[in-house]
Design a protein around this ligand. Sequence first.
Ligand code: XMP
Length: 318
Amino acid sequence: DWTPDAFIETTVAELKEKIGDEKVILGLSGGVDSSVAAMLLHKAIGEHLHCIFVNNGLLRKNEFESVLDQYKHMGLNVKGVDASARFLNALKGESDPEGKRKIIGRVFIEVFDDEAHKVENAKWLAQGTIYPDRIESVSASGGPSAVIKSHHNVGGLPDYMKLKIVEPLHLLFKDEVRRVGKNLDMDPTILGRHPFPGPGLGIRILGDITAEKVSILQEVDAIFIEGLKKWGLYDKVWQAGAMLLPVNSVGVMGDERTYEKCVALRAVESTDGMTADWVNLPYEFLQKTSNDIINKVKGVNRVVYDISSKPPATIEWE
Ligand code: XMP
């Protein structure tokens, strides 16, 4: 029978044997898979594991700083690279969903390649790929491995892809990865984190992306997600987030007429992201959240809740 402890023991031994004293590079995304892969490798080879965590400027509010801190607490040898400006610059004026994904993927690869070059004499590239990633075209786990997969259509391989690949989780399903993480004493806030797409808020801002829109959406998203946690709803939902719509609508504030942005909230139940049902969140929660968003986030005067299931609607709006 499969047990997390036996898996950890044999995997760590195999990694030690396979890698010896060579250096390994791994891209952390903040998600469960890359984090568990990093912990296993860290247990096997310690400081010879060089982790890279890239801020693409499209993460949740404060996520880059807080997740980087968590990684350091876990004892990982991790370098945080804030490339927000580079991503935003490259995205300027692009409003097509696939166009945005391509730009984000390309810039990620450029930034990651630059950083990988700084690790002298690296021999391995580690990835947090899990079993379903091989059979599904869309990786719900997102992040670096999803980006790397889609790169195959783009042309010349970056240098780090010439490294030998090591994927310690390639035979596991998500629930098994979580059990392994738990037995490795991983922080429950990382273990229980909702899936988050690699292109991040970039595909939740409909239309073109600006720094101002990112900061509006970060505020809205933070109120929604913190609210879910406060109300004990976060763990009952598979994935949740907010979309910034390219729509202005009329409102009133005092005697003034406003003409401001509309946001859509989305929360779904699912097991794998392939199908999903919208969650029947309590009206009192929606009421409070909507008031908080409209009162606290400048530039937003209307909140709607998405009641579409997948299929035919997708989880993300882009
Ligand atoms: P959809 O919107 O296709 O999303 O119903 C299913 C799951 O996949 C995530 N998703 C992505 N993850 N890169 C990723 O890494 C992407 O481009 C991407 N698009 C969607 C989505 O968040 C959901 O978990």
